[in-house]
Design a protein around this ligand. Structure first.
Ligand code: KG4
Ligand code: ZN
Length: 341
């Protein structure tokens, strides 16, 4: 089964061809990062316009690189939420038009569900239950994928998303956008114990709070600046990163234990973070848990993860209606039954 996956929820115009939900035949990303860099963050209106310009060339290239034609498609999967509504609508409109023109079945996919299914492209068909740490620019949550494939949110951020915290601290440090990879790179040469930043809500429960950490970093830098103390940016990056990683790893493993789940997945853009990957691998090793951490290119937004999740739905016989819409606030719980049977 060959499925075209389309992803336009944020600032990547992405498409991919995936065979049998597990094998990437081709994957193309038309990055808009240069469009947004001058603003230090994603500008929704610019994203929507750039998606409109990039969408068809990206789909064309995906087919050419995958050696396929429209007639070969057994299904079309598209991110229908959550995300920026104007951005989502471009992908949804493209997918609906293609489905209508080719007769291939259409299926809407939850973006967060897509991030979880990215693991399937690397580790083969998912065998839930899986406890997933979903950490991206817009979302931070711990989700339980039950044996029947349905999702339940176990905990989530009550303020900033992890990627958002990385990006905001990076911007304050004068680093390039997106800031996550920049902090990751700098932190390699820093001391994670140089500064003691807060680990909010680490006492228990599975919710996160990250806005206080960002404020603490900014306050500490201002204090040192006022006192005329030198600041080692690598130390700041490493100490900030460690605070996020510490809490994320501890909560994820505690949730896996509480729900008696033996597989842990880390997914979403921040799962590309080298320190998070290492720390999670160490703990999973020590605890006897199986870690599913997709390669960094599959952590950040891509079309293949949407095709993988969509393939699963199509195999179950799910279809979305011709008037599929975009839902900017779609939750992981909505993922189940989103497509109309
Ligand atoms: O999943 P994603 O590509 O888009 C959303 O769905 O939001 O995640 C993007 C986020 C950005 O905030 C980016 O800074 C962060 O993932 N990110 C990283 C790394 N690579 C990307 N954060 C920390 N370390 C990284 N290596
Ligand atoms: Zn994402």
């Amino acid at each position: 089964m060959l499925v075209l996956g389309i992803e336009t929820s944020c600032d990547e115009t992405a498409a991919a061809l995936v065979a049998d939900g597990t094998t990437v035949r081709s994957a193309v990303i038309g990055s808009q990062v240069e469009h947004h860099r001058p603003y230090g963050g994603v500008v929704p209106e610019i994203a929507a316009r750039a998606h409109a310009e990039l969408m068809l060339p990206v789909i064309d290239r995906t087919l050419v690189e995958g050696g396929a034609t429209y007639d070969d498609l057994d299904g079309i999967a598209v991110t229908s939420g959550p995300g920026l509504v104007g951005a989502l609508l471009v992908g949804v409109a493209a997918a609906k038009s293609l489905a209508l023109a080719t007769g291939a079945p259409l299926v809407g996919v939850n973006h967060l569900e897509g991030h979880v299914y990215a693991t399937q492209l690397e580790f083969g068909p998912l065998e839930p239950p899986i406890l997933a740490l979903v950490v991206s620019g817009g979302h931070t949550s711990i989700a339980l994928m039950a044996a029947d494939g349905t999702f339940a949110t176990v905990g989530q951020t009550i303020d900033d998303a992890a990627g958002e915290a990385f990006d905001k601290v990076a911007r304050f440090l004068g680093l390039d956008y997106p800031g996550g990879p920049e902090i990751d790179r700098l932190a390699v040469d820093g001391d994670p114990r140089a500064m003691a930043f807060p680990r909010a809500l680490s006492g228990g429960g599975y919710d996160f709070s990250l806005s206080g950490l960002k404020t603490a970093v900014i306050r500490e830098l201002r204090r040192r600046e006022a006192a005329g103390e030198a600041v080692d940016v690598a130390d700041v990056a490493a100490s900030f990163q460690e605070a996020i990683v510490d809490v994320a790893v501890a909560k994820t493993v505690a949730a896996a234990r509480e729900h008696a789940v033996e597989q842990v997945a880390i997914v979403g853009g921040v799962a590309a973070n080298s320190r998070l990957r290492q720390a999670m691998a160490d703990v999973c090793d020590a605890e006897g848990l199986r870690l599913l951490a997709p390669t960094p290119a599959l952590c950040t937004d891509n079309g293949a993860m949407i095709a993988a999740a969509g393939s699963n739905r199509l195999v179950r016989g799910e279809r979305s209606p011709d008037d599929l819409g975009a839902d900017p606030n779609l939750t992981l719980e909505d993922a189940t039954g989103w497509a109309v049977r």
